[in-house]
Design a protein around this ligand. Structure first.
Ligand code: BG6
Length: 505
């Protein structure tokens, strides 16, 4: 996310894009179409090549066909033959398996040959399960491939999940930092690839009118919702070991939380922005096991109907333990212990197989005093919300009270809406374009730093521990196609507040 939006975009240095897991789902579904979209936008360097690392022997020509097939299946725009041809012409394959010591030497020789053509910068993209990070990293380190020398840079792109709890996240960071330096690591959270998420910073800090009221004096509470209609589907084995909390909260929901709550950075650069994000995440109050249980709800879906789709019990999903107590829904209340936010509750919720797909941050402002309207027919004032719509509604809505035209004083809540699509035309993208481009230009604003990752896990660890200890007790079942377990309403209603409705505006 270049800070100068009016300047011509910078073209990345010549570079070689090495993909581990090149024939896997992530590389097919997101990375390949994103590379194509970058090529179409003229944002790849002239001297560019892709090296696909395959665990079994594969000819470069077969890899090109494989990636072209992936592009045809997952392209977000009509494919221009010439652009695709040029992109895939630069693809070569190398057969290397980190368990086979020595096979990375082949990769090294291959990259040395490419360097002779003037492409000395290398980006290693780990489109592989996290269990493979360490082995691959160690082999890259053993072969010296992560060393930045002769003016060439080396970058390592790592996909979520960054650990499965605080201890494993610390271990992963430790392992990565042993073989490379923080400035070379790009930890991707795909939420930061979303325009609407990136806009939170601009909305807050490029407008003078919101910042003065963006604090505990004016804000009553904040609701962060990521509700999904999709069920667990074919991801049973991953999901049953993961659950809604690990899958969504310390990463995606905390990205939203940190962007909404961070202090203004002194500069729009990676160091300043990431430091402020880390700072606010580490100010989340760490709860005791009792508090964590009191301030959270976990649920699991049972069979139900969502639209015209019948969804079966979570426990009957392939590769899910029939007695599983993994949560498919999580809601919690957090507080941030700093001057800006002390006393403001943050209610977070996320779940699968719910009634609607909706990702939003809703900021509820404190109510105006009612006294002035006591002698009128007005019974109540409606609530003042500022809603940042991330998906599928992309925009910002402000809800406020207004007088209903007529001779008496009647008041109604109305909305002022900004929708991206009314103002901007953007070619459909995968959401990975900005992230990949930023890796290539060396801008790591949109990537997670080790301290933020660990601060996120630190805040959710008490919930994980308390839930583990409670076992199946306290797991609330909810029908698929609804807005989640009833208990989640209790979590917020006991504070005299209500969740925003999931269905309906
Ligand atoms: C992924 C999770 O990281 O994010 C998935 O593993 C989830 O379970 C997805 O469905 C949600 O992403 P988005 O962009 O659809 O909100």
């Amino acid at each position: 996310m270049s800070s100068d939006t009016t300047a011509k975009p910078k073209i990345p240095d010549p570079c070689c894009f090495v993909i581990f897991g090149v024939t896997g789902d992530l590389a097919h579904r997101l990375v390949t179409p994103a590379l194509y979209n970058l090529a179409e936008a003229g944002l790849l360097p002239d001297q560019f090549c892709v090296v696909g690392v395959t665990r079994t022997e594969m000819q470069s020509r077969s890899l090109r066909d494989d990636l072209l097939g992936a592009l045809q299946k997952f392209a977000t725009r009509p494919i221009d033959k010439d652009i695709a041809g040029k992109l895939f012409d630069c693809v070569t394959s190398v057969h290397a398996d980190p368990r086979d010591h020595g096979s990375f030497d082949r990769l090294k020789v291959h990259l040395e040959d490419i360097a002779k053509r003037g492409i000395r910068n290398v980006l290693f993209y780990m489109a592989v399960p996290p269990t493979a990070f360490k082995l691959i990293g160690e082999e890259l380190s053993r072969t010296g491939l992560l060393k930045e020398q002769n003016g060439g840079w080396r970058r390592l792109v790592v996909e979520k999940p960054f650990g499965t709890d605080l201890a494993s996240a610390q271990q992963l960071n430790h392992d990565l930092l042993r073989i490379t330096d923080e400035h070379q690591i790009y930890r991707i959270d795909h939420y930061l690839g979303k325009e609407t998420v990136q806009n939170i910073l601009v909305f807050r800090f490029a407008n003078g009118m919101f910042e003065p009221i963006w604090n505990r004096n004016h804000i009553d509470h904040v609701q962060i919702t990521v509700s999904e209609v999709i069920d667990v589907g074919s991801r049973g084995s991953f999901y049953d070991a993961t659950g809604a909390m690990r899958d969504m909260v310390p990463n995606h929901l905390f990205q939203l939380l940190s962007l909404v709550t961070m202090e203004p950075p002194s500069r729009f650069d990676a160091h300043s922005v990431r430091s402020e994000k880390g700072e606010v995440l580490s100010a989340i109050q760490i709860q005791s096991p009792e508090e964590a249980l009191h301030n959270s709800v976990r649920g699991q879906y049972v069979a139900g109907r969502s639209g015209d789709r019948q969804i079966a019990d979570y426990r009957s999903t392939p590769d899910v333990d029939p007695a599983s107590i993994t949560e498919t829904y999580a809601a919690m209340k957090l507080t941030i212990d700093n001057w800006r936010w002390a006393g403001v509750p943050f209610y977070l919720r996320t779940g699968k197989a719910l009634t609607t797909k909706r990702t939003e941050v809703a900021i509820r402002f404190k109510q105006a005093p009612f006294a002035m309207f006591r002698a009128t027919e007005v019974e109540r004032l409606s609530q003042n919300y500022l809603v940042i719509g991330i998906e599928p509604t992309e925009g910002i809505t402000l809800q406020f009270n207004t007088k209903v035209p007529g001779p008496t004083v009647a008041i109604d809540g109305v909305e002022m809406r900004f929708k991206y699509k009314d103002y901007f035309k953007a070619a459909p993208s995968t959401g990975y374009e900005t992230l990949i481009y930023d890796c290539m230009i060396g801008d790591n604003i949109l990537f997670q730093r080790a301290d933020s990752v660990e601060a996120g896990w630190q805040a959710v660890q008490p919930f994980l521990d308390a839930w583990q200890q409670a076992g199946g007790d306290g797991l609330a079942l909810y029908r698929a196609g609804t807005d989640g377990p009833r208990e989640a309403h209790g979590l917020i209603e006991r504070d005299g507040r209500r969740w925003r409705r999931l269905n309906g505006e």
